[in-house]
Design a protein around this ligand. Sequence first.
Ligand SMILES: [Zn+2]
Length: 262
Amino acid sequence: MKKTKSNVSTIDSEIFSNPFLLTVPLELFIKICKDLTSKDLLSLSLTCKTLHHDLLCDSKLIQEIWCSARLNYIPCRKLPPLRGMSEKAYIKLLIEDKCLFCGRTRCQSKIFWPRGIRCCGPCLKVHAIEHNQLGETYYRTNIIIQLIPFATSNKHQDHQYYFRDQIMELEQEIKNVRLEDYEIWRERNKVADRRKIIEEKLDAMCQEIDENGNVKFHREIINQCKSFNNSLNISRPFTERCWKRLRHNLEVEYDLQIKEND
Ligand SMILES: [Zn+2]
């Protein structure tokens, strides 16, 4: 049974005040969790160490609980989490209005994609720089644009930002490259370019929705496919032809991988 407005408070108070939840069979625990909203699930994970540990683990079942809460209660967010981000971290990002830089909450922070961070207005002025102002501050503008993906918020997609911590990290890296190693570094960045194109293609692929409104491909399964991992270890430019071949291989391996995981 899905929660309704009329029974939300009763269910909440039962769960949070009664330790029975720690002793119920696993099946029942999962059944209860599957009916909770993302916000309740988040609150539940903060009630005690045991539940925090249980709801934070990487198991497929727990990830499914967070995922179903997101799909049921945050329907506008059908897209899967960013690479390397857990379902719980994704839900926190979506519903917790907390700035990554100053730590303030309820500060009308906005989410910046594709980095997947929240930033408030004042911090944005300090920690990010707009695309058209890059040249005034940084002389390696071309390398910055090439190697760091710009970030935008959903509401102001025409404003492209680069975060200064990422720029500083890149500048530090360039500073540490010795003259005799420069060619190797450049070669490595060609691989980085290739990786960037592949990641963009895969991000788009993981946003495709089937006729039932479900996401067709999940990134964590693509990550397990051999052709994906092989494609990252080549230094040749990544052309459209390469993508067609990779996509074909991935579609075949994807189904096999799902069967193997089951
Ligand atoms: Zn802030």
